[in-house]
Design a protein around this ligand. Structure first.
Ligand code: FPP
Length: 238
């Protein structure tokens, strides 16, 4: 049965990005290993994606692993890779069944080959879809994304504009995220979507990611809906 929509007249972001922080602390509080927190986090990630698409959001970007996270103990990294090995394809098939294109963004070549293969197989299966997308940021860092885009422009001998440059980013064919949510009590962007976030509304939640519910997502969207986005103009000019 279809669940209630949020209040009529709520302005929906077209693209939501999420920094999924707090899995480790959530697990530690329950005397469980960090990998348990990541597993719960992955399930929550899928639940939030389903709810967001159901509400009418078209693009979701999630920060699953930063370039800096690659310095974590091998055991924790293997736990994350095992989540991809064991669950990613079935979860993503569920999300993407409704015409959602999946993209793994970041330096995917730093991942084990079998994990890369799983990601590219989901990417290929959904490559024909347009208009709705999920970006999973893995081995991702915004500064290296920007440098990569700059090098692409140099290789092509192109002088770029703000607009043409943004097309060289991983999210080039998508709208910038209007709303970025970070869970886990921290209030920073941590090298996430720095170029795309220029005008994003930033929503910080004290909840740890595994406990960030569908209701919390709806609360963030309602908060976003109440923001006045002036893009440098005055209220009178809007
Ligand atoms: C940061 O918080 C979170 C991560 C490094 C991993 C996020 C991953 C998932 C939510 C699910 C897995 C998804 C895929 C595609 C593998 P933290 O866990 O470091 O939290 P802490 O700050 O409490 O230690």
């Amino acid at each position: 049965m279809a669940r209630n929509k949020i209040k009529q007249g709520t302005k929906l972001p077209e693209h939501i990005a999420i920094i999924m922080d707090g899995n480790g602390r959530w697990a530690k509080k329950r005397l469980m290993p960090r990998s348990f927190g990541h597993k719960q986090g992955m399930e929550r990630m899928i639940g939030l994606m389903e709810r967001a698409f159901e509400l009418g959001v078209n693009y979701i970007t999630v920060y699953a692993l930063s370039t800096e996270n690659l310095r974590r103990p091998q055991e924790e990294l293997e736990g994350l890779y095992n989540l991809i090995r064991n669950h990613f394809t079935s979860y993503m098939d569920r999300i993407c069944a409704k015409g959602v294109r999946l993209r793994a963004i970041g330096d995917i070549s730093l991942l084990p080959q079998d994990v890369q293969d799983i990601l590219s197989s989901s990417e290929q299966k959904t490559a024909g879809y347009a208009g709705k997308g999920v970006n999973i940021a893995l081995c991702y860092g915004a500064r290296s994304e920007i440098v990569r885009a700059a090098n692409l422009a140099v290789e092509r001998g192109e002088k770029v504009t703000e607009e043409s440059f943004s097309k060289l980013l991983y999210t080039g064919d998508q709208p910038d995220p209007e709303l970025i949510i970070r869970t886990g009590k921290e209030v920073r962007l941590s090298n996430f979507l720095l170029y795309q976030a220029a005008y994003s509304e930033l929503y910080f939640s004290d909840k740890m990611f595994p406990e960030f519910s569908d209701k919390d997502l709806e609360k963030a969207i309602v908060w976003y809906s109440g923001r006045t986005r002036r893009f440098g103009k005055t209220d009178e000019q809007l």
